[in-house]
Design a protein around this ligand. Structure first.
Ligand code: MG
Length: 242
């Protein structure tokens, strides 16, 4: 029996935005600038920085419903929805989400689009509401054991370790005919190194992941087939051939 696994990064992969930036872009240019000034170089940003800016948003008087409404208008391309719902309907594919966003953001967006049951599991940073204040933590808490990845993952999460752990808990790599990974960011490089020859990386064009594969892929023994995509309908096309 064919059994595929599709692993989705969330920001700029499943959705056409960066969730962390989006909420501030919708609600406050001043706080969007604050987030920009606080985050370190590169496209990824530690959840600590987002949490700190969430505190500022709360202090500025913004309410929970405004944050949730901002998430509800975040763009999810109709072709991406079609791609995942058609593939899921075939019944041969398990979906997993590996994201550096957070639980509340992802759950709110999935719910708005009727996709709450799409993913078998969403592995991301924890978050919870305390009144109107959204607290965002690290997937790996700062005071607990840290990952030992040397590929360049952020301290709060190694997506390669997360993929390995999920696979180990779900029958191992070889219980899946094919693994597909849809990603765009520098932190999506590590999980590709845990995948096999014949597995597929759907890499968003002209983003950090493509550059890392081209620069480091061969050197570190990246074995996956690479399919470049720029728009959601290409993902629908790739999925329809599975
Ligand atoms: Mg991304």
């Amino acid at each position: 029996m064919v059994k595929n696994l599709v692993v989705f990064d969330f920001d700029w992969s499943f959705v056409d935005q960066d969730t962390d930036r989006w909420v501030f872009e919708v609600l406050s240019t001043e706080l969007r600038r604050t987030l920009q000034d606080r985050k370190s170089a590169g496209s990824q940003c530690m959840p600590d920085v987002v949490d700190q800016t969430m505190e500022d948003l709360f202090q500025a008087g913004f309410k929970k419903e405004q944050v949730l409404d901002a998430l509800r208008i975040l763009p999810v391309h109709p072709a991406m929805k079609r791609a995942v719902t058609s593939l899921k309907a075939k019944g041969e594919t398990t979906f997993l989400c590996l994201s550096n966003s957070n639980q509340v953001y992802i759950a709110t967006i999935l719910e708005k689009h009727g996709l709450s049951n799409l993913f078998d599991q969403v592995i991301t940073n924890p978050s919870h509401w305390d009144g109107d204040r959204l607290h965002i933590g690290r997937r790996l808490p700062a005071d607990g054991p840290q990952h030992t990845c040397t590929i360049g993952c952020l301290p709060n999460m190694c997506k390669g370790d997360e993929l390995d752990a999920w696979l180990a808990a779900h029958g191992g790599k070889d219980s899946f005919t094919k693994i597909l990974y849809v990603g765009d960011g520098g932190n999506d490089f590590c999980p590709l190194l845990r995948m096999r020859q014949g597995d597929v990386a759907c890499v968003r064009k002209n983003m950090e992941l493509q550059a890392r594969i081209e620069k480091e892929g061969e050197k570190v023994g990246c074995k996956v087939d690479v399919e470049l995509w720029d728009q959601a309908w290409i993902i629908d096309e790739i999925f329809s051939k599975l």
